[in-house]
Design a protein around this ligand. Structure first.
Ligand code: ZN
Length: 179
């Protein structure tokens, strides 16, 4: 298996809204995509990955914050509770770390890789990862969740990095990254 290519900001695909998957569309090729996403997430040391990040505009995410792999099709946040600020990175925006405010606890539903309905309750890092990945399905990135001034600073840093590196590669640091 080789990892999938990760789309990087400012790739316009990251700004698009992904399409829901019907239970009857869950077949071997979709399950292969989920497996490849999970593999890619682990190779690049991500805590999560959303399908648009590998160029597929379907509502699919994989997450593993240390408690095992969770793959969800059509994930939705039914309820968010509390607030927590924490540092996030994104495999699609290498070398940028931002303090992002998220709900501390979420209730998420969706389908698993076999099309079974699932309902999950998550808090802390796992809740954060779900919110980050579901944002991707709606074309929302972490740079949209900071102040206008901070956003401008990030944009200029990203322009500089692109100039230095040609194309951005996933961060080589050992820090765990979201995606
Ligand atoms: Zn991300």
């Amino acid at each position: 298996m080789s990892p999938l290519e990760i789309r990087r900001y400012p790739d316009p695909i990251l700004r698009q809204i992904s399409t829901s998957v019907e239970a009857k569309e869950i077949d071997t090729s979709l399950q292969n995509l989920i497996d490849n996403m999970a593999y890619t997430m682990y190779i690049f040391k991500g805590l999560g990955l959303a399908a648009p990040q590998v160029g597929v505009l379907s509502r699919i995410i994989t997450v593993d914050t240390g408690e095992g792999l969770i793959a969800l099709v059509n994930p939705r946040i039914l309820k968010g509770e509390g607030e927590e600020i924490g540092e996030e990175g994104c495999l699609s925006i290498p070398d940028i770390w931002l303090e992002i405010k998220r709900a501390r606890k979420v209730i998420v539903d969706g389908m698993d890789r076999t099309g079974q309905k699932v309902l999950l309750e998550a808090e802390g890092l796992l809740a954060r990862a779900f919110q980050h990945e579901i944002d991707h399905l709606n074309g929302v990135l972490i740079i949209d969740r900071v102040s206008h001034l901070q956003r401008q600073l990030i944009e200029s840093k990203l322009r500089r990095l692109r100039k230095e590196q040609g194309t951005l590669r996933p961060s080589s640091s050992n820090r765990k990254s979201f995606t």
